[in-house]
Design a protein around this ligand. Sequence first.
Ligand code: BGP
Length: 491
Amino acid sequence: MIEGKMLQFPEGFLWGGACAANQCEGAWNEGGKGPSTADVVPYRPDKVAANIADMDASFAEASAFKDPACKGNFPKRRGNDFYHHYMEDIALMAEMGFKVFRMSIAWSRIFPTGYEMEPNEEGLAFYDAVIDELVAHGIEPLVTLSHYEMPLAISLKENGWESRGTIDLFLRFAKAVFLRYRDRVHWWIPFNEINMVRTSVYVGGGCFKERSQRPLETLQYQITHHQLLASAKCVMLARQLMPEAHIGCMIARLETYPATCNPNDVMKALQENQMNLFYTDVALQGAYPGFAKRHFREHGIELVTEPEDEAILAQGTADFAGFSYYMSYLASCQESAEKNAGNLVASDINPYLQVSAWKWPIDPVGLRITLNRMWDRYHKPLFVLENGLGAFDELGEDGVVHDLYRIDYLRRHIVEMRKAVDDGVDVAGYTTWGPIDLVSQGTCQMSKRYGFVYVDADDEGNGTYARSRKDSFFWYQKVIRSNGADLGSMS
Ligand code: BGP
């Protein structure tokens, strides 16, 4: 029987928030942790994410190993000090009613250089405490293994993910954390935004461009090949060690529209969407799609592979497709002079969309489009793993942040997600980015805030790091309590 459906989220829908270890934990050299690739990224407010700097190996080495006084401003060494505030932060998330918390595990907290044979017990114990606290509050942990960081020692020795040897080192890390947390963690993702490598081989792949002999695009896809293999091997290992767990994959979804109805623009948009979905295609369907092989041929990209690779990719397919969604993009055959900024890549200006203070276009309908598009393609559960508005927040005279702009942004996106559910799309959950203010990935600013909870810290690390609830805190609490039925009124 075909029934008219109601606009509502399914029971058990996973509402929550997401963060990354290197943007929130701080304590970069405590608890036996080794330096990571994120610890050497300096403050760079002038950079937009589309313009992420690649890293110079000698600078990275000097700032991590030869500057024990930590001179310079490296905000990811501080994060929002979650390492010392996790109990309070989890209590705040529980107060909002979180069902899930997406977090990452810093590889260099578990294997400080990446080459140790045994994991660092102090690092494991820290995540034990965090996970126990989440579970005690009825919050499901969803763990990303690699979120834009790796032990700097692997980066320097192997040139990060350019080396095939990094796969085994990563699997050692994955195995240690699977074994330790498998009784309490049922949702896992091997890589955050695995397509980041197309923007920065350093951020996404721990790789120093100048140390590679390969042309840039070949290098990017060689790194990707190793990460896709690692991801597939993680899936296989996880199935063996915890058959009930959900193992996903994740991209930054760059939903791309044709700039005009010129068929050439439409074709360009199609191809850009294909190359964005290439990563989830391989992770979910287990093979390189024809369009990617054609792209490699036409661009002279030759990857070094081993005979067993096809079988590994075919066997280790993921269970669900996770993605971040911040904005949509335009494809045009005309070169446009002016561009907006954006997550991972810059976008041509779409005259129908407003932009954030960082010039990221705001397009809630694009979320419904991308959910439908991904569902049509994969027919596997989807998970919106990141969404949110980076904004300058100011404390009102009453000492509270009245972030109606953030509520408006999130509400519009949730409305469109609800419509997608009504379209028949299977959406497992929604985690907003940075529920407790944290350091920006692209610019390292603390002042680019996404949270429901304000953290008293500035870009230089001054402040008490005290937490306070913004207006959006109480709004999200109602959203969760009503399972998305009560979104307040639209502005
Ligand atoms: C995503 C990353 C996150 C996050 C977010 C917002 O691409 O996975 O780590 O930070 O973008 O970007 P930014 O922090 O640069 O505003």
